[in-house]
Write a protein of this length. Structure first.
Length: 122
């Protein structure tokens, strides 16, 4: 299930990433009521895109919070610094300079690929 926003609740915080994905098994385990509002779980996969008003430090901290609460893959796209940060549990953060990159969510979201080079200026 691809959703527009879901919270990170293990630590009590509510967060809304730009894009979030929860695998269907976890999603279907939720009640209908829980599916209609912010679900009481952390997404498996999130994407954050830095906007003009966002501090990169704030977003990096937010990404660390997702990971600490059970997120399995997170991408931070810094439009202004022209960088992409890839977060995975137990791994060092991978930093790519420039947007001539194809990101794969294969290990968490099979078949999902984002080719930033094809998006152009965003």
């Amino acid at each position: 299930m691809l959703v527009a926003a879901q919270p990170s609740r293990q630590n009590g915080a509510v967060r809304s990433p730009d894009v979030a994905w929860i695998n269907s098994e976890r999603w279907n385990a939720l009640s209908e009521s829980e599916q209609e509002r912010f679900a009481p779980l952390c997404p498996d996969f999130v994407i954050e895109v830095r906007s003009k008003t966002d501090s990169i430090i704030y977003l990096q901290n937010k990404m660390q919070e997702y990971m600490a609460n059970g997120c399995r893959l997170a991408w931070l796209i810094d439009r202004y610094g022209k960088k992409v940060y890839i977060y995975e549990p137990g791994c060092a953060i991978i930093e790519h300079s420039g947007f001539d990159i194809q990101l794969s969510g294969e290990q968490v979201f099979p078949g999902f690929v984002l080719n930033l080079g094809e998006i152009g200026n965003f």
